[in-house]
Design a binder for this molecule. Sequence first.
Ligand code: C2E
Ligand code: CA
Ligand code: CA
Ligand code: CA
Length: 278
Amino acid sequence: HAKRNGTVFELYSGPAESESPRYLTLISELHTAIVENQFVLHYQPRVDIGTGRISGVEALVRWRYPEQGLMPPAEFIAIAEQTGLIDPLTHLVLEAAVQQCRAWSDQGFDMPVAVNISVNSFHDPDFLTRIDTLLATWKLNPALLQLEITETTLMKEPAVVRNLINRLKERGIVVAIDDFGTGYSSLSYVASLPIHTLKIDRSFVIRMLESPRTRSVVAATIFLAHSLGIKTVAEGVDVGEQVEALHEMGCTEIQGYYFSRPVEAEQLRRWAETFSLE
Ligand code: C2E
Ligand code: CA
Ligand code: CA
Ligand code: CA
């Protein structure tokens, strides 16, 4: 058992358990959860410390698990990916994110929303059509929708990914490379893709303060990305010292508990209204 947010979830802990009753129950519960849409999105802001303003939010899914509170994505995204449930789940997340973005826009709060996309969705032949339909239905400016794909995804399917990123860019949808530094892609490969942003993985942000080598890697990544016209976001920033170090290195966009944890939509908007860097 693992304690999360004061609730107890039995953890599924790997392929060895893939035939276990718990795993099979979870799959069937996940089916129901998708049919009934038992999911909620939380939003975490990204702050541009250069301008002192919020530059966007990331939508992070949680499962309103019956009677036990919110289950974090680490405990069900992998299962959804293994069972083909990720496509309908991604669609629910995209729909909720687009709807929320529209609602904020109507309130005069124009906030780009980033959604995490699994590698599986790149094989979903309906992926682009679904996005087009969503944007048209909600009359949303495509520039307000951002998609995050992990560096690992990028390396798995270079040709497919390149094609999809191009098609998204044609529509004005911005793509960010997530968890950058955890895979083995080179920056020159990444730079050959029409991507907008690199998100520097939290593991680097954590090690950066103690390890001069890590600090050099982060500084060089930021410098190279910027000279290639790619923006950088540091993720998982939770102390002021990290903010200062990143600012010195030229990385202005910061996401992490230092500014805010992921929170519900209404709370995010209130936070944004009162936010000030000073
Ligand atoms: P990620 O995309 O790297 O998202 C960042 C994760 O780091 C979030 O965890 C966020 O709450 C956490 N985080 C942010 N700042 C800090 C910090 O300062 N300190 C610490 N310790 N953690 C911080 P979360 O919400 O539990 O999401 C975990 C992962 O689940 C995400 O990692 C993403 O890979 C995946 N995920 C979340 N929502 C979705 C979704 O809708 N679709 C897909 N395919 N994956 C999702
Ligand atoms: Ca992400
Ligand atoms: Ca990330
Ligand atoms: Ca991560």
